[in-house]
Design a protein around this ligand. Sequence first.
Ligand code: PMP
Length: 402
Amino acid sequence: ASRYAEVAQAAPIEVFAVVKAFTEDTHEKKVNLSIGAYRTDECKPWVLPVVRETESAMAADTTLNHEYLPILGLESFSTAAMKMVLGEDSAAIKDGRATAIQTLSGTGGLRVAADTLFRVLKYNTFYYSDPTWGNHRMIFLHAGFTEAKQYRYWDGESRGLDLVGMLEDLGNAPANSVILLHACAHNPTGVDPTHDQWKQIAEVIEAKQLLPLFDTAYQGFASGDLDRDAWPVRYFADRGFELMITQSFAKNFGLYNERVGNLVIIIKDPSLVVAVRSQVTLLVRGSYSNPPNHGARIVSTVLNNPKLFEDWRECIRIMSSRITAMREGLRERLEKLGTPGVWDHITSQIGMFSYSGLSAAQVKYLVDKFHVYLLSSGRINICGLTTKNIDYVAEAIYDTVC
Ligand code: PMP
């Protein structure tokens, strides 16, 4: 018998199972509102023109080679990425309190962060929002964390933030718990705290000596403005927290499969930076040894060149405005059809996702009857909507809700 004979079949990962079902569906009107990836109005993935241009220049540059990057990555990339999130004038950067490490996209950054917190600082408790991105819990558990706790976040009644519940849950967290926060464009709800609410959240985290970790997967992609989307992170940094920030360049650069990410660690005493980096070096060495070059070099080239940087900012404005237009279009159509319920949350939520409020049974009906695919939580990827399918989707939702 095989030594694998007793291995049980694991449950499929929902989002990839939905994409597979969509791909296999032959219905001409099928619509994919599941996976978190940008689509053009032609429903196609978009390679940003500034990325194509940079890649062409890289291909022609015979001075580039395929030598290993350092274990902690391409420094010109990680420093530029850190400045992008903390701001050019960041006191933490000027004081030498902030340090950055290239990672395997946002997921890899979260894993290196979790490994560092578990193995080096010996932390074992983490809190994530209810609900959150489907991978947060597993990343921390696989790193060794034993206490996975949730804080209240989504209020189904108001289709907004449950601030009172959130503050209460954070207030009851033991010291040194890691608090996973979404910097902007909360996945899956699309609901972000206001500036005043962030201040209240910071107060509890400070009073209870918790460790904030900002997952920043959508900077610039949410509002179209890099600085605006980074506000919560900069606010926490300016307040003097020791904090961690993970950055993903999957969405805002459209570099999903290149795995471009960054981990920023802010440390109170700059003299400790070298020791912390040396420990992270060992963790990475024992994990994947060295990060890949291609995507990081693209991002580094763009962020460090004022002309290319401006071109890129125009690309993120294009993406975020298409998303905003689709949000408005969907809400308008649902309201015009007289769809029961309130739909203003579709335009008040931000980023690529909308927590529609549709139940799992309604989602199943949408898939079976209309071939409109979304996650059972009712999360809609707004990027899957186009000027060509938006009427069809609105009518399908109307029929489902009625
Ligand atoms: N965090 C959140 C909240 C996300 O939505 C995502 C992407 N779906 C990620 C992190 C990480 O994605 P990636 O590893 O592709 O950068």
